[in-house]
Design a protein around this ligand. Structure first.
Ligand code: GLU
Length: 473
């Protein structure tokens, strides 16, 4: 037995951002390796030199790192392996399992058009299968094609889809090596998976047909096929293929919308995989429980409400310190926040109340804006209206009494603030709301904020009194 019997991989093409659907497939692949004590490898499929970019490669690393998906060994770059791909194509040529095809682009177009006219899928007609090139072909460009089985069937035994049968008469002789000597995707994937020792290919079910073709190449090479798990793609809430019009598509977008990585992992895992009726599944349990056979065959629908719900759960289970770090990291990136110790303290004290209502870290950041604004803070129009001259007089009296009673920042506790304001309202024979409104208007500058005691506590004594004085008459 080899040291690791299970080897899985993620093989993204770096031609754009890291899609959330790819991230989910990657998570499944990673979990399976971790659940079985196997290896998880990363292969960057950058053979399309025109469309592959360094930026897209960076986005893959960044996205996986953010999700906490680590890989074993150095990542493989497919483009660096072109020589090896050519070598295998030559090997197939030598063994008679492949042949040179001199069909011209015009001929291929004709074939495609004839097939289309007959209402059939485009298909190469095998015209060079048994034909040797003449002297006139000496300098002509050629491709190398697989001499594929034409009879019988190819069966993909898939962990998710079950046995999927393909009649070999429907699979034409695919190109392995283009006329410029570059490998096709089909050849490159087969060779790389083999050389990397991949035992289980977990990928999107848009590759199911490719699996049959890849198995033909594998068979011609006399290699063992990996096991397959073709995961259904994600659909939008309306059942159509998940796309931009449904909402964010990129891993980075979700991060910037304020979703926590562990919430995202949990949500993506549950989207298409289940274990009993567990909704909240920790990374630890996921690694313990994950199995390819638990992947649903039906496409899952992306449900934003559920994602928010899961995210809210993870926000509330974070320690104050960890949540503060999340908020600061995101706010630095999105809003250029660069907080001093005083502002950080305010934010930290406000977190428990801000996170109570938040579904995302962005909700927290939006709610926290007023805490870090420099004085005199802007007051929204509706809040302005509350600051009548009577209210300003009241504020002045309240500020005096708070200042006299709670003398130091140390005295400024939630309990003491609440007790003092309630006593003050009673002594003035005022309803609590009557006192609370001008406090909120002066300290938060808006009508919606955490509870008034939480606001004052978070701001601290000096800042609260100063904000109230700014509006006091
Ligand atoms: N590079 C292919 C893609 O991004 C995946 C190939 C594979 O997983 O076999 O769709």
């Amino acid at each position: 037995m080899p040291e690791h019997s299970v080897v899985t991989r993620f093989a993204p093409s770096p031609t754009g951002f890291l899609h959330i659907g790819n991230a989910r497939t990657c998570l499944f692949s990673w979990l399976y390796a971790r659940a079985t004590g196997g290896k998880f490898l990363l292969r960057i499929e950058d053979t399309d030199r025109e469309r592959s970019t360094q930026e897209a490669i960076d986005a893959i690393f960044e996205g996986l790192t953010w999700l906490g998906i680590d890989w074993d060994e150095e990542p493989i770059y497919q483009s660096a392996r072109a020589g090896r791909h050519r070598e295998v194509a030559e090997q197939l040529l030598t063994s008679g399992n492949a042949y040179r095809c001199f069909a011209t682009p015009e001929e291929l177009t004709e074939m495609r058009e004839a097939a289309r006219a007959a209402g059939k899928p485009p298909r190469y007609d095998g015209r060079w299968r048994d034909r040797a090139p003449g002297p006139e072909h000496g300098n002509q460009p050629f491709t190398i094609r697989l001499r594929a089985d034409q009879e019988g069937e190819t069966i993909v035994r898939d962990h998710v889809q079950g046995d999927v049968r393909f009649g070999n008469d429907h699979l034409d002789d695919l190109v392995l090596l283009r006329s410029d000597g570059t490998p096709t995707y089909m050849l490159a994937v087969v060779v790389d998976d083999h050389d990397m020792g991949v035992s289980h290919v977990v990928r999107g079910d848009d590759h199911l047909n490719n699996a049959a073709r890849q198995m033909q190449i594998i068979k011609a090479l006399g290699w063992d096929a990996p096991q397959y798990a073709h995961v259904p793609l994600i659909h939008g809430p309306d059942g159509a293929k998940f796309s931009k019009r449904h909402g964010a598509q990129g891993v980075r977008e979700y991060r910037d919308l304020g979703y926590l990585a562990d919430a995202m992992n949990n949500y993506l895992l549950r989207l298409g995989w289940s274990y009993g009726d567990h909704e909240i599944i920790s990374r630890e349990d996921a690694v313990k429980w994950f199995d390819l056979d638990g992947i649903n065959k039906a496409a899952a629908r992306f449900d934003f409400d559920k994602l928010n719900h899961v995210n809210a759960h993870y926000i509330r289970s974070r320690s104050n310190e960890d949540l503060l770090a999340e908020v600061l990291t995101l706010a630095r990136r999105l809003k250029d926040w660069d907080l001093d110790a005083d502002q950080t303290g305010r934010l930290s004290r406000a977190l428990p109340s801000l996170s109570e209502r938040a579904s995302t870290v962005v909700d927290i950041i939006d709610g926290a804006d007023f805490l870090i604004t420099a004085r005199p803070i802007p007051i929204e129009e509706k809040a302005q209206k509350l600051l009548t001259s009577e209210a300003r007089t009241l504020l002045a009296a309240l500020t005096d009494s708070l200042e006299a009673e709670l003398k130091t920042e140390g005295d400024w506790t939630l309990e003491a603030i609440e007790a003092h304001i309630r006593t003050f309202a009673d002594s003035q024979e005022l309803k609590f709301g009557h006192v609370a409104q001008p406090i909120r208007a002066s300290c938060a500058g808006k009508m919606k904020s955490p509870g008034i005691f939480d606001v004052l506590y978070a701001l601290g004594r000096a800042e609260s009194l100063a904000r109230m004085r700014d509006q006091a008459g």
